[in-house]
Design a protein around this ligand. Structure first.
Ligand SMILES: *Cc1c(COP(=O)(O)O)cnc(C)c1O
Length: 361
């Protein structure tokens, strides 16, 4: 077996390690007490990200879960309703935080690859009736994590924003990977700044910083958000050492996301030829999700496959274990689906090695 020593980490883009240059920038940071608003590096990061999206203000937080949860808390009152997609991170992966932190409830929409439309949202907005929860917020995710890194069409977001305006609803963007969408579709980030009341952006995913997320909104929103962050225990002191990594990422690691997208497409092209692969999600950014088809009958090419030879790759866990024996780490999302995520720690050589292993599986 051809086992190489360097592991190929495709489980998530959260595994990125800070580069030498990023670490240097962190070492060199000027810091102060950010709870007093005196950390110049945190202030510079918040300004930089806000300006990038053309928004008034930003707030540096420890995680994307916190920026989302703070946003929901500022937008809602207990008993209010939040409309979001059934697999959205704010609902699916934040530990029941909407109920726990905000006392709000959710109205779930079954989307298409994680995306919901204005037409789907419209009938879910409750009328002003004492029997009904007060609909207060719509939250979208771009790119959609469980949708395989899919991207919204800006025209659909504009329709959703008009609907929100007509009903006095807030519109939040969980933009953990919004930079991937912006790079993939060559969009103007300021279009997002105009359409959303609040945006959460992760620095610790494809952007390659070790820690941190930024919440954006208008000045009044961020003033309230700063209060909620303190209550949640997210007020950090000399956080400029971490913010410096974010500033470095904003300067150096945005455009290179295109490489990750090209790598994901290379993986998808080879997977599409493997007869143990079933349905594949369309690959638009840095996430590849596919079904392991135990029957090996994709596109009717059920010829002699590794699965029929009893190689034990018939389940997602089986494929994942096989790849691990080649030092390639992927995540089995379920018994049937596997996810691979490309990022700056995955080199062209690693992609080549992975392609060879996939072909031979
Ligand atoms: C990663 C992620 C977050 C935030 O996660 P943290 O680990 O708390 O930083 C939020 N939304 C989406 C879609 C994500 O993928």
């Amino acid at each position: 077996m051809n086992t190489h020593s360097t592991p190929i980490e495709l489980r998530s883009d959260t595994f990125t390690q800070p580069s030498e240059a990023m670490l240097q920038a962190m070492f060199a940071a000027q810091v102060g007490d950010d709870v007093f608003g005196e950390d110049v590096t945190v202030n510079a990061l918040e300004r930089s990200v806000a300006d990038f999206f053309g928004m008034e203000a930003g707030l540096f937080c420890p995680s994307g879960t916190m920026t989302n949860q703070i946003a929901i808390q500022v937008h809602t009152q207990p008993g209010d309703e939040v409309i979001c997609e059934a697999g959205s991170h704010i609902y699916f992966y934040e530990g029941g935080g909407i109920a726990k932190n905000s006392g709000a409830q959710v109205r779930l929409v079954q989307g298409s690859f994680g995306q919901i439309s204005a037409d789907q949202i419209m009938p879910l907005i409750n009328p002003d009736d004492v029997h009904r929860a007060r609909t207060r917020l719509v939250s979208l995710e771009n790119t959609c994590n469980r949708g395989g890194g899919s991207c919204y069409d800006l025209a659909e977001i504009a329709k959703i924003r008009s609907l929100c305006d007509a009903h006095g609803l807030g519109l939040h963007l969980d933009g953990a990977r919004i930079m991937n969408a912006i790079v993939a579709n060559q969009e103007n980030p300021k279009d997002y700044g105009k359409m959303f009341h609040s945006i959460s952006l992760c620095l610790s995913k494809g952007l390659g910083a070790p820690v941190g997320s930024v919440l954006l909104g208008d000045a009044a929103f961020i003033k309230q958000a700063r209060r909620v962050r303190k209550v949640m225990g997210g007020g950090m002191r000399q956080a400029g050492y971490l913010a410096a990594a974010g500033l470095y990422a904003m300067e150096h690691n945005i455009n290179r996301l295109a490489e990750d997208h090209a790598h994901a497409k290379q993986l998808a092209a080879v997977l599409a030829q493997c007869n143990w692969v079933g349905e594949m999600f369309p690959v638009e950014t840095n996430i590849v999700i596919f079904e392991v088809d135990s029957k090996g009958n994709r596109q009717g090419n059920g010829g002699s496959t590794a699965i029929e030879k009893g190689s034990g790759v018939a389940s997602a866990q089986g494929v994942s274990a096989k790849l691990l024996s080649h030092n390639i780490k992927v995540s089995a999302m379920s018994s049937t689906h596997i996810r691979m995520v490309t990022h700056l720690g995955v080199t062209p050589e690693m992609i080549q090695r992975t392609l060879e292993v996939l072909k031979g599986l």
